[in-house]
Ligand binder design. Structure first.
Ligand code: SAH
Length: 368
């Protein structure tokens, strides 16, 4: 499908922004990798549930308020997930289901979270409830599955919290295994209600392929995958290198990474639960890793991480960034440690939003 003029303009704007932020810091910026389908790519869809004029409704909150816009945000969301949300609302209206009231803290149906595995077609539905008592639970599940046979798992999550966290601490799997399995570059990944997972699968494959290309791995390379989440980048690299060590702070992500390693028989990958900067400081001996991949959150990495990374002296560093501002800041610091960004490539992971991802390759000056 040819790209619409609006989407082409969006890509051009994102490219320009990245180029101007990285000006003087990167030798060459490649053309942005756009999406062939800039709509309905979100594989994680969340709707708040409320009541309006006596009817149950679901949608996103109007920014800065708790007023629900019915169906809001759906042009970016997976269409099958949007259809399930609509039907949950229809069932709730038909059976007069109780809806959670934020002011009183009473009531049942609070939020709906749907995750889809676009590589396998599996779908996980998470019903976030304000109460343990769910009258008519069995019939509800039966009706929903009969309408949407694509649903492979249903989880009930109890959330009585007063903050804005989507999920509470208690979950019960009421149908299927409680997670779905997706594929990325031929590897399998489990996704549960809470797991971190890239929300645009097709673009994630392009992003990871670019990171693998930049890493130009050989069979003996020891790779460090810092800020590794559930191990996806490292596992996708594992066939092309000697070993991968992932470092991740979030305990749930570390345990999901362990699960993903076993699922893929990726015996040359291990994941350590640690703060990435502390891990770098503790392992800052020269030659320990040949390639360092880092994919930090929007805040970027730390000056200490960059200093310790230079001490390890990898021949290639692949920086995957979801925020070109902090990337530019960090590239300056890497430059001060002798590492020059030779290439960068923007990847549009989040069409229809202002966000843009950038992969960049850094090499030590003596190799450039
Ligand atoms: N590389 C992964 C995840 C990137 S998101 C992927 O492609 O899916 C960034 C990750 O950094 C998150 O999983 C977050 O939990 C982790 N993180 C945040 N701060 C960290 C820190 N100080 N040390 C290690 N990991 C951290």
């Amino acid at each position: 499908m040819p790209r619409s003029a609006d989407y082409q303009r969006e890509l051009a704007d994102k490219s320009k922004r990245v180029e101007s932020l990285l000006e003087g810091l990167v030798s060459s910026v490649e053309p942005i990798i756009g999406s062939d389908n800039p709509y309905h790519y979100r594989n994680k869809v969340h709707a708040a549930v409320g009541v309006s004029k006596g009817r149950v409704i679901a949608g996103t909150y109007e920014p800065g308020t708790h007023r629900i816009i019915e169906g809001g945000g759906s042009e970016l969301e997976n269409e099958a997930a949007s259809a399930v949300i609509k039907d949950i609302v229809a069932i709730a209206n038909k059976y007069h289901m109780s809806v959670y009231n934020e002011k009183t803290g009473q009531g049942l149906l609070r939020r709906i979270l749907i995750r889809t595995a676009d590589g396998t077609g599996q779908m996980l539905v998470v019903l976030v409830l304000g109460d343990y008592m769910f009258p008519g639970k069995k019939n509800f599940i039966k009706t929903l599955i009969s309408k949407h046979p694509g649903i492979t798992s249903i989880v009930i999550n109890i959330n009585k919290r007063t903050d804005s966290m989507i999920l509470g601490d208690k979950s019960e799997t009421v149908y299927g295994p409680g997670y779905i399995t997706d594929t990325l570059l031929g590897k399998k990944f489990s996704i549960s209600a809470e797991s971190f997972y890239q929300i645009n699968r097709i673009q994630a494959e392009k992003l990871y392929s670019k990171a693998i290309e930049y890493a130009s791995l050989n069979r003996t390379d020891r790779v460090l995958d810092a800020y590794c989440g559930t191990g996806t980048i490292g596992i996708c690299m594992s066939d092309h290198c000697g070993s991968v060590t992932g470092v991740e702070l979030n305990a749930k992500a570390v345990s999901d990474a362990g699960h993903n390693i076993r699922k893929n028989n990726a015996s040359n990958v291990k994941v350590v639960k640690a703060d990435a900067t502390e891990y770098m400081n503790d392992n800052a001996s020269e030659g320990k890793f040949d390639v360092v991949v880092l994919d930090p959150p929007r805040e970027g990495t730390t000056p200490e991480f960059i200093k310790a990374c230079a001490k390890i002296s990898p021949s290639r560093i692949v920086y995957v960034s979801c925020n070109p501002e902090t990337l530019a800041r960090d590239l300056k610091l890497f430059d001060g440690e002798g590492y020059k960004a030779v290439k960068a490539c923007p990847v549009d992971m989040f069409s229809g939003t202002e966000h843009v991802e950038v992969v960049s390759l850094l090499q030590h000056m003596i190799f450039v």
